[in-house]
Design a protein around this ligand. Structure first.
Ligand SMILES: Nc1nc2c(c(=O)[nH]1)N[C@H]1C(S)=C(S)[C@@H](COP(=O)(O)O)O[C@H]1N2
Ligand SMILES: [Mo]
Length: 252
């Protein structure tokens, strides 16, 4: 991942137009409502705070657009990921029977869920778009257990502010705030277009976050952890993305 994204140009442009006074006002409102993103301290920090706070205040309860079945992409495009490790191939060879999703951190009942466990929980489906920051997108049906169901089962504690999630791929991790974690369209996804979720689209388990850009929808998730602070995860910026120059909050 390299370069400055169009989004960043737009928002830093907006921030420049708003001027220092506007930013200060935005910052004050953001602080009052606790809407400071974990990557607020970087070069784009004021812009990130403006984006995140504005979207959270204006679109708190909105849904990602859902499409009719006729609009499902015939040839969905799987983004290239690092080649699967030997460990991953062993899980795959066993039909992912041993794959576990650990749920820990600020929860009263830590969980270790198999794919079969997730199948037995309440599940839903949605036809939504995956939008990559590089400019392409596709529409698919996603079937999974809403993350809020998983968090309820784990009895998430009220002090939790973020859910951090990790892929089996080294160094691939993300986090979302509680608004997105409890959002009805955020799923622990295990099915796609009426079948199992194919490996190239993130099977056996992918966190689907349709309110944000594709990079927040991590493939091959193995662990979810609830926390009240992002300080002790990586460089403290909220996920691996800001460490590589991308926004932590990637709302669309
Ligand atoms: N584990 C993992 N998840 C990932 C990625 C990755 O490289 N590894 N790429 C992300 C990016 S940048 C995008 S745009 C989407 C692409 O999803 P797709 O392969 O279904 O098109 O997956 C995201 N999830
Ligand atoms: Mo992407």
């Amino acid at each position: 991942m390299s370069g400055i994204t169009r989004r960043k140009l737009i928002w830093t442009g907006l921030a420049a137009t708003a001027g220092a006074a506007g930013l200060t006002a935005a910052d004050r409102i953001a602080r009052r409502y606790g809407l400071i993103p974990p990557d607020h301290g970087g070069i784009y920090g004021p812009g990130e705070t403006l984006t995140y706070a504005a979207q959270r205040l204006l679109t708190r309860h909105s849904l990602a657009r859902e499409f009719p079945r006729s609009m499902i992409s015939k040839a969905p495009f799987a983004n290239e990921t690092a080649p699967p490790s030997e460990e991953f191939k062993r899980y795959e060879a066993a039909g992912f029977a041993d794959w576990r999703l650990t749920v820990d951190g600020m929860v009263a009942h830590p969980l270790s869920l198999s794919v079969a466990d997730l199948h037995s929980m309440p599940y839903r489906s949605q036809i939504t778009e995956v939008v990559c920051e590089e400019g392409w997108s596709y529409i698919a049906e996603w079937i999974g257990t809403p993350l809020h169901e998983v968090l309820r089962e784990a009895a998430i504690l009220p002090q939790a502010r973020y859910v951090v999630y990790f892929s089996i791929q080294q160094g691939v991790w993300e986090s979302i705030d509680m608004a997105d974690a409890l959002h009805p369209q955020t799923y622990v996804t295990w099915g796609m277009n009426d079948g199992d979720l194919p490996v190239k689209f993130g099977g056996p388990l992918r966190l689907r976050v349709p309110r944000q850009l594709g990079y927040k929808s991590l493939k091959y998730i193995t662990r979810l952890t609830a926390t009240d602070s992002m300080k002790h995860f990586g460089k403290g910026l909220g996920s691996a993305s800001p460490e590589a120059g991308y926004a932590w909050y990637a709302g669309i």
